[in-house]
Design a protein around this ligand. Structure first.
Ligand SMILES: CC(C)(COP(=O)(O)OP(=O)(O)OC[C@H]1O[C@@H](n2cnc3c(N)ncnc32)[C@H](O)[C@@H]1OP(=O)(O)O)[C@@H](O)C(=O)NCCC(=O)NCCS
Length: 164
């Protein structure tokens, strides 16, 4: 399978991917809401012969270490017919590469450590942070030495609070 990754606001594709993966549009609406609020850092869509997967990264504010440039990985989904073929991993890796190139220091994610551990995310680093999602599924990855110094309370994009 040939996967093409594009950075574009292809909303019909984003809707189709989240609808297929989750059977709902809450995650696609979250992406649109973050885009509208100016909180979206990066949105990547993977295409095979049709839209296959999507990932978003948004701003994370670190109140005690404000010089740390932080981001949140969420949401991520791959349409069922394209799962377990490397699409999700390609999106995560390309996203992390682009954030590193853009000078980001830290990425946090809420998800299964068995999945995100393969990209270097750990719950240990996340335990230094105070977030609305603290617990064993919260993981963090330092993209720079500065990222390892991240600690204290953080604020996610406003759209996350409106999910609850
Ligand atoms: C989770 C998801 C994004 C992974 O994308 P993908 O393209 O299927 O994943 P990849 O092909 O890159 O990687 C496949 C590997 O991830 C594992 N994996 C897939 N989904 C997983 C999950 N929810 N938890 C843990 N591991 C998972 C597979 O077992 C496989 O492991 P292996 O490499 O050891 O065989 C995708 O399956 C998906 O959208 N699932 C439904 C929505 C969902 O659960 N999203 C949660 C995101 S936190």
């Amino acid at each position: 399978m040939v996967i093409r990754v594009e950075e574009a606001a292809d909303w019909p594709a984003v809707n189709a991917i989240y609808e297929a993966a989750f059977g709902q549009l809450i995650e696609a609406d979250l992406v649109r809401h973050m885009h509208h609020d100016g909180d979206l850092i990066l949105s990547l869509t993977a295409y095979a012969d049709k839209p296959a997967g999507h990932i978003a990264f948004s701003h994370l504010a670190l109140h005690e270490t404000p010089s740390v440039k932080g981001s949140v990985l969420a949401p991520l989904a791959v349409a069922p017919e394209f799962q377990k073929q490397g699409v999700g991993s390609t999106l995560v890796r390309q996203g992390l590469e682009r954030l590193t190139a853009d000078g980001y220091d830290l990425v946090v994610v809420l998800g299964d450590p068995n999945y995100y551990g393969r990209f270097g995310f750990t719950p240990q680093l996340a335990r230094s942070l105070k977030t609305p999602y603290d617990g064993p599924y919260l993981q963090a990855l330092a993209l720079s030495e500065k990222g390892k110094e991240a600690h204290g309370p953080v604020s996610y994009a406003r759209a996350f609070a409106e999910l609850k």
